[in-house]
Design a protein around this ligand. Sequence first.
Ligand code: G4P
Length: 520
Amino acid sequence: MSDKRPRRTFAVISHPDAGKSTLTEALALHARVITEAGAVHGKGDRRATVSDWMAMEKARGISITSAALQFVYRDHVVNLVDTPGHSDFSEDTYRVLSAVDSAVMLVDAGKGLEPQTLKLFRVCALRGIPVITVINKWDRPGLSPLGLMDEIEQQIKLRPTPLTWPVGEAGDFRGVLDRRTGEFVKYTRTAGGATRAPERRMSASEVDEADVDSWATARDEHELLTLDDADHDQQRFLAGETTPVMFASALQNFGVAQLLDLLLDLAPAPSATAGVDGTLRQVEDDFSAFVFKVQSGMNSSHRDRMAYARVVSGTFERGMVVTHASTGRPFATKYAQSMFGRETNVVEQASPGDIIGFVNAQALRVGDTVYEGDRIDYPPVPSFAPEHFVTASARDIGRYKQFRRGIEQLDQEGVVQVLRSDLRGDQSPVLAAVGPLQFEVVEERMTNEFTSPIRLTRLDYQVARRTDADGAQQLSGFRGAEVLQRTDGTYLALFVDKWRANNAAREMPDVLLEELPAGG
Ligand code: G4P
């Protein structure tokens, strides 16, 4: 019997410190976590488990690639796909977004929109992923709520349509006005926010004397928003024109249940997905999934390799033999796991929207499709505008063959982009990445997996622009720039900074110098 409960698969996009881990825990607290052995055990060792997970991230230098936290809420199965965050912002952080149907943009009320959030938001926009905005830390002094709405509209060009509006300014969080019902949802603090925070719903006439002034302000602002056409419209939300907004304090557990309700009520369920040839795979068709992330070296005692895939259609059953689209070969799924934090669980069955991890999946690469029944091949996961560049060379020239094979493999997997030029030759190609920690992954895998330790030398470039063969010629000799070619044939002009790039564009208006989109 396949699991027919509806799915919601989403990710949280945020800047480090906005409260993503706190929110994740709070969400799990409200829900029944399916992966019982997973990250959340309940109140007692709540802190310990999360810090374990982080310690492990630190020890490895890379995210532990927690795949997804799965839980049940109101008879829905919710998959929270983890975006590796913190300092190891990398291609993986972006790629996770190809595996979700919606995103929660978590904003620190005291800081507003921050760079990493904006970068991730752009990927969502490019991929048409609807975004729900949560203004977090309302229990602390912060910006004004209307000011924050302005900032969102200015910076990301989405119309914010608040569903709740704070009663009490930032730092004096009394509750929210539910803009759909007009009720006051009053919050009561609990020690440490470790239990579900009690909420009391009341009509306007029941508001306590002590809250009357804050309530009046909230009501005024709510009316202003209505006059300004800032009410939720489901069609516009799904079309990526608006973002529903809510106010919360993840730490105090305020607004967390509302967020879950919102996800269930508004966020899209998994839907039909098109293959490269345009064929549409319906969710109820035969099983298919695509790999959005590959990680190896998670267990140093043996060579392992996990390929994380999102189920697009059909039902996955452990032990199924599926077809690997890019090779046409059979792939046995004897070992499939779900994973979050430290614990892994064997997956017996998975439905569209769920994330599965294939163990020892040497053959699977990022972007690969596996399927049963009619052939389907999903589009490749896009590459991203790199901002960090190094040259790589084999430490032991006698192992050049292994070096070349390793670099080729990491390029194909999308761990890094490999750039070459006649000038630099094949012995020391340039590696380009979104985040610098990606290079540590390369070093580790080159040493342990491909047995060719490498030497990486940082290059001063920070910006890549797309150009063409003609541009490559014209830019040769231009100070502070270098043109290299990516394996897919694209010419990339690298510049020390964006000022040089803009200057080159000004001085050579005929040369193609196109910004690379943050997701393609
Ligand atoms: P991240 O995963 O997005 O990086 O953020 P994380 O949850 O680790 O939260 C970063 C800091 O912000 C933590 O404080 C956390 O307690 C705090 N925080 C998260 N949500 C809220 C909130 O709603 N209100 C308030 N006031 N603080 C919040 P820390 O001091 O770095 O860690 P800790 O010692 O408190 O654990």
